[in-house]
Design a binder for this molecule. Structure first.
Ligand code: ZN
Length: 409
């Protein structure tokens, strides 16, 4: 597609209303809305302009399998069983095709930086996603791969070796799943091992951390202690942290204090966790999301992941991060005006941290931007509209046909 030239008129950009000019792939003007005549094409009127979105947490090795192997009970346990059943037969071609499909969905919703976790139990999937990372780099999409030991590092012989081998093949981050190890002590040891491996390989740490309703699962504090000791303020993500929902208040307050002090980023995955957590509860049933309101109020760095897109754990979803933000706003009771703005803006703000930080839009920079037809955070959350996606001034991200790839056999 050719590069567009013209103006977005009267669009919200941050807290301002601006006219934003684009030409030859660059932003050429950002001026107060209506302050002068703007000859040329009108690319959009009103609405809002933001940077592209970033996805810090998805599983592209398992994506699009949810419609192939149905999770009849809808539970985490059956999801794990279904995944184990297909994992050993994965082919590179299949992994790549499914991952590409979901990446195209992400791009169509304005997300061009994606961190995928990959189960280190399948080196076929690891290699396929590392190769896909190279191809996508030529297509304007940044893919990061995190080595994720789905079935633990210490639970059985051979798992630690597979996890280390996967990381060594060139992953961008090292993961762990401490709450899934056999004991609390082994969970803590797995966190320490992840930091040591990340140190040796000079990569980031990205944990599936305390994804349980057990208030005794406190590996987040272990991760914060490691991060603080190493001074890795912007190098560590703790994903899920759902146990914090069930911590006694003083323990949660202490954990949040450590998150803030260490700089560890807590990434909440509202779509999966609202359906997977609380499954052992009768009523009242816990919501199973980490304490995003308290984390935000304390000034912690947080983020939002989609986590699953049509996979064995969650057969729903369409890679639209606004839907994940909308779920968080509902379940986390973050419906104050400022709260909705804070939650939504994570998608183009802190979600970018693991990719080197949030992009800014300024005159002279490439025209990598989204134009949303509505401007208010509440309106974007309410209707989850598809933004117009521009990269270097070119319109990208053709929407996929309805129902593509996600129908049950
Ligand atoms: Zn995950």
């Amino acid at each position: 597609m050719s590069r567009v030239s013209g103006w977005f008129l009267g669009a919200r950009l941050g807290a301002q209303q601006v006219d934003l000019g684009v030409s030859d792939g660059f932003v050429t003007a950002i001026e107060e809305a209506g302050s002068a005549a703007r000859p040329g094409a009108v690319l959009g009127s009103g609405g809002r302009i933001t940077p592209h979105l970033a996805e810090p947490h998805v599983h592209l090795d398992a994506t699009q399998i949810g419609a192939r192997v149905l999770n009849v009970s809808g539970t985490l346990q059956e999801g794990i069983a279904n995944w184990s059943a297909v994992r050993d037969e994965l082919t590179a071609q299949d992994v790549t095709a499914r991952a590409r499909q979901t990446v195209s969905w992400y791009v169509s919703w304005g997300c061009t930086r994606i961190r995928t976790h990959v189960d280190t139990g399948s080196l076929v999937a690891v290699d396929a996603l590392l190769r896909l990372r190279e191809s996508l780099a030529h297509e304007g999409v940044t893919l990061q791969v995190a080595a994720f030991p789905q079935e633990g590092i210490l639970r059985a012989p051979g798992r630690q070796q597979a996890w280390e081998e996967a990381a060594r093949r060139g992953c961008d981050a090292v993961g762990a799943i401490p709450h899934f190890e056999r004991t609390t002590a082994e969970g803590a040891r797995s966190v320490a091992l992840a930091f040591q491996l990340a140190d040796r390989l000079d990569v980031q740490v990205d944990l599936h951390c305390d994804e349980t309703d057990d208030p005794g699962s406190r590996h987040l504090e272990v991760a914060c202690t490691e991060a603080l000791a190493r001074g890795w303020a912007d190098r560590v993500i703790a994903g899920h942290c759902t146990a914090m929902h069930s911590y006694p208040d003083p323990i949660a307050a202490r954990a949040i204090e450590q998150v803030v002090a260490s700089g560890v980023q807590v990434v909440c995955n509202p779509l999966d966790n609202v359906v997977l957590q609380g499954r052992h509860d009768g009523y009242p049933r816990r919501r199973g999301l980490t304490r995003m309101d308290e984390l935000l109020a304390a000034g912690a760095t947080v983020g939002i992941g989609h986590d699953s897109v049509v996979d064995p754990w969650y057969r729903l979803g369409d890679a639209n991060l606004v839907r994940a933000a909308a779920m968080l706003v509902h379940v986390g009771q973050l419906t104050g005006e400022a709260e909705m703005e804070a939650v939504l803006s994570l998608l183009w703000g802190s979600n970018h941290r693991c990719f080197g930080g949030a992009p800014t839009l300024a005159v002279g920079q490439p025209a990598d931007l989204l134009w949303w037809p509505v401007g208010d955070a509440a309106e974007i959350l309410r209707i989850a509209p598809r933004p117009a996606v521009y990269a270097n001034g070119r319109r990208i991200g053709t929407p996929p046909p309805r129902g593509s790839g996600a129908d049950a056999p």
